[in-house]
Write a protein that binds this ligand. Sequence first.
Ligand SMILES: Nc1nc2c(ncn2[C@@H]2O[C@H](COP(=O)(O)OP(=O)(O)OP(=O)(O)O)[C@@H](O)[C@H]2O)c(=O)[nH]1
Ligand SMILES: [Mg+2]
Length: 397
Amino acid sequence: MILLLYLLMSIVCFAHMMCHFKLNVNTSIHSMPNMGKSTLLNALLSDNLAITTSRPQTTRHAILGVMTTDYSQLCITDTPGLINMPSYKLQEGMMDVVKGAVRDADLFLVVTDVYSGYDKEENEDTGEEETVIDETMGIGEEMLNKLQSSHRPVIVCVNKVDLAVPKEDRIKRSDEENANWAYNNTPIQAIQTVARWRSVLPEAFAIIPTCAQNGSDDPGVEAIRSILLANDPNIDVGQAIRGLGRPVPGMFHENKMLISDDEAREILPIGPPLYHPDFFTDRTDRFCASELIRETLFLSMKKELPYCCEVRIETFDESKRYLNDDDNTKQKSMIRIEATILVERDSQKGIVVGKGGAKIKDVGVNARNKLQDFFGCKIYLDLRVKVDKNWRVSCAL
Ligand SMILES: Nc1nc2c(ncn2[C@@H]2O[C@H](COP(=O)(O)OP(=O)(O)OP(=O)(O)O)[C@@H](O)[C@H]2O)c(=O)[nH]1
Ligand SMILES: [Mg+2]
């Protein structure tokens, strides 16, 4: 009887929410690898859903993050970085993931950095490497054509604006101070990059400098979030834009320096919510656990570890995971995870295991801490390393 009542109440609540719902914004994030897509996803959602490392091609899957407010549901899909010429099956699979996300999106977020749009090329006469302009802004002709012809709204994030601060000044400041300096002084690098994006995407709704690394309170991140949530009467898009400091010419279409709530609302599609308000991601806990271990591996091994590794979760035992709120139960709550790190060669196994097992032990400790933070309970973690020449073939995206 109680269960029936609970069910009935849930249905009524959900139906009530549906009636008041105006928007369901389905947006996907694209760029070349390492520009900060996953960092931006996390900052927009104020959560650490997607792993981020300084290695290109960290993200291998489409990762959906959902944020539901009283007025909208924001569905943001992080995608793998674009690879113009995929050279093996895993990369081909990653690019299929990108194509799927492009097909489904109502709105595109393109993440680029303040130095995008330049390439290195060898001068045929001198043999020296020189910087040349890349007309496709680093995202390749195919993606650029798609953005130009899709008739769907595009927001470009000119990320890593903190790096536009002149080198000699950068060293003396924190990341946040660097970003604030850049917002208030509009360095030439940011002005040029915004202008170049405006010339290739004249219809882009907004081209906004961001420092996604500074998290959800970064003024650039807040400006983008306010546009995506413009349906909320408590959101003031103009105020969020003003928080960016001095306006950069070309930031908005039709030479505007500011946009209103109504203009932002116009680009947002109207529709019922796709997910229950409690829904946060389409990725399972097993997937998140394997990604967090992979992130720890990448961060602790730096360059000596090749890309050719994967983490497979063998056991994810939640029988002692209690989702109860009282402190006593929380303390007893535990998840038992057994995972295998797959590498392609014996030599790679040696690197991951380290001298006397020191490296894998280190990775285990760091990964366990991350997993404990993420799942909010104790973690028992058993890590093994195995050589599997074909893991890339057997790994399903
Ligand atoms: N300086 C600076 N670094 C940033 C910023 N945003 C992200 N990064 C760093 O850039 C690196 C790449 O970030 P990711 O979010 O993993 O990049 P990505 O585009 O998702 O990369 P792939 O998944 O490989 O395509 C990480 O080391 C981030 O910490 C930023 O605003 N400023
Ligand atoms: Mg990523």
